[in-house]
Design a protein around this ligand. Structure first.
Ligand SMILES: [Zn+2]
Length: 326
């Protein structure tokens, strides 16, 4: 994976810059938004491990100068948006209270390292974790808890810019937030651009509602959690996709199909064939099924992941395993 060595300026916004790892078909390469204004700097989300975060800081240095990052916002508690927090030691770290409360249910860097390196390589999970997470250095990642939490809405200034945060979870995850800076919206993982997304909290209606809230701001630029930055139309297309997913799942739930049968049926019908990572759609099917059944809590992340990895292994397991270069 070639990580960006420079920040890209958000068109029409001289003080906003995105560090956007390219590519679809990937886990863990999230977008980070820099706000550099006056003598101040803030960052929305941090990368998954130490080397990625160091690369991003080096990429930001020419624009950052000697400013200190005083604020880091985590859109949610997943490690690919927060495991680099510790490399901003002077920053206030802002998250929602719900996201913070959920943090202790998240896999830690040690858990991730163990899953990648200690799962039997010929098991579905061992195969999947090595294939998709083997390039990250989880020994350099840290859980750094927020120092400021909020519920509902919160705003702060960065030089001349005002950053408005809106709690929209539970949606992709517990305690998601989206950020609005003028006509730019940073959605976190309620929006993956170009692939099937995984969602962990739901139900899907909450994710749709969160996207609708972002659309109501009439954004000119939309920075998704993963995938290429886009505009209002790109986010609107995501809502259309989510509504289609919601409908297709509901119909098959009523027909009493198993989660695996839903997947086989959707693949046969070529549901959004342009999107990669169909096993993540399976995570969403499993999650939505739990909500349709009236389960009091979403299924455990690990249970959803094992099922998706097993399905993916069955689809691709015959491929020889090629380790990803670190
Ligand atoms: Zn993410």
């Amino acid at each position: 994976m070639n990580l960006p060595t420079q920040l890209s300026s958000v068109p029409g916004s001289e003080e906003l810059h995105v560090w956007a790892p390219e590519g679809t078909g990937l886990w863990g390469y999230a977008n980070c938004l820099w706000i550099i204004s006056g003598d101040d700097a803030a960052l929305i989300d941090t990368p998954y491990d130490g080397p990625m975060t160091e690369t991003m800081i080096a990429a930001a240095r020419p624009r950052l100068g000697d400013r200190v990052v005083r604020t880091v916002v985590n859109t949610h508690a997943n490690g690919d948006h927060s495991f680099g927090n510790h490399l901003f030691p002077d920053a206030e770290i802002i998250a929602t209270e719900a996201g913070h409360l959920h943090q202790h249910h998240e896999p830690t860097p040690t858990d991730m390292h163990t899953l990648v390196h200690a799962s039997p390589p010929d098991s579905a999970m061992g195969w999947y974790m090595r294939r998709h997470f083997g390039s990250f250095d989880f020994t350099s990642a840290r859980v750094t808890e927020p120092t400021l939490t909020f519920s509902g809405e919160y705003a702060f200034e960065v030089g001349r810019q005002t950053v408005q945060l809106y709690e929209v979870g539970p949606a992709h995850h517990h305690g998601d937030l989206i950020a609005r800076i003028g006509d730019v919206v940073c959605t976190g993982d309620i929006f993956f651009h170009g692939d099937h997304p995984p969602h962990w909290a739901g139900p899907l209606q909450n994710i749709i509602d969160a996207c609708e809230l972002a659309l109501s701001f009439d954004p000119r630029i939309v920075i998704p959690g993963h995938g290429r930055p886009t505009d209002r139309a790109g986010l609107a297309a995501n809502v259309e996709y989510l509504r289609a997913v919601q409908h297709e799942i509901c119909v098959r739930y009523e027909a009493e199909l198993s989660v695996e049968d839903v997947m086989d049926d959707l693949m046969e019908r070529r549901f959004y064939p342009q999107f990669g990572m169909p096993e993540r759609l399976m995570i969403v099917v499993g999650l939505e099924y739990a909500h349709l059944r009236g389960a009091p809590e979403p299924p455990r992340m690990l249970d959803l992941s094992v099922r998706a990895a097993s399905w993916s292994f069955a689809q691709h397991g015959a491929e020889p395993f090629a380790p990803t270069a670190p």
